[in-house]
Write a protein that binds this ligand. Structure first.
Ligand code: HEM
Ligand code: ISQ
Length: 148
């Protein structure tokens, strides 16, 4: 089964809700990543010098928005073309250089889903979860390919 219009709509509407309170959800996103992978702290330039995830850091917010936006774009691509193509080919090298390995992709995936769960509150559903997971997995495959 391909990625449906309904799935794309689920991703789009929760992406819009995420952007409504970007600073809050971005901090939450990093917090979930570090809960699962405390050692990842040293990998992120905007985290490594502080004990907590810094609030109100524009660069931190912009990076988180970019990651979420890329997953949302992956959903659009899956719906239109059935495949995710990485727009920025340098992302493979960026992640290699930072020492990102395969299991990290599961950490980021879980953090993304937990964040979306907070974003949508009682609108959370299995369908919503599967839509985000499918888009994320497609994008993760594309980034991992670029890392080889
Ligand atoms: C950098 C996206 C997975 C760690 C970046 C950048 C993007 C990005 C766009 C470039 C800098 C920026 O503009 O934000 C993604 C996406 C992912 C993914 C879409 C999954 C689908 C991962 C994973 C890790 C990771 C699994 C490991 C924990 C990093 C680090 C940087 C980075 C450490 C450099 C940040 C800095 O400048 O300090 N990522 N990434 N990424 N990514 Fe990812
Ligand atoms: C880059 N890659 C993966 C996850 C991220 C989370 C927040 C900011 C940047 C990121």
């Amino acid at each position: 089964m391909g990625f449906s219009q309904g799935q794309e709509a689920l991703v789009n509407s929760s992406w819009e809700a995420y952007k409504q309170n970007l600073p809050h959800y971005s901090v939450l996103f990093y917090t979930f990543i570090l809960e699962k992978a405390p050692a990842a702290k040293g990998m992120f330039s905007f985290l490594k010098d502080s004990n907590e995830v810094p609030q109100g850091n524009p660069s931190l917010n912009a990076h988180a928005e970019k990651v979420f936006g890329m997953v949302r774009d992956a959903a659009v691509q899956l719906r239109a073309n059935g495949v995710v193509v990485l727009g920025d080919a340098t992302l493979g090298a960026v992640h290699n250089q930072k020492g990102v390995v395969d299991p990290h992709f599961l950490v980021v995936k879980e953090a993304l889903l937990k964040t979306i769960k907070e974003v949508v509150g009682d609108k959370w559903s299995d369908e919503l979860s599967v839509a985000w997971e499918t888009a994320y997995d497609g994008l993760a495959v594309a980034i991992k390919k670029a890392m080889n």
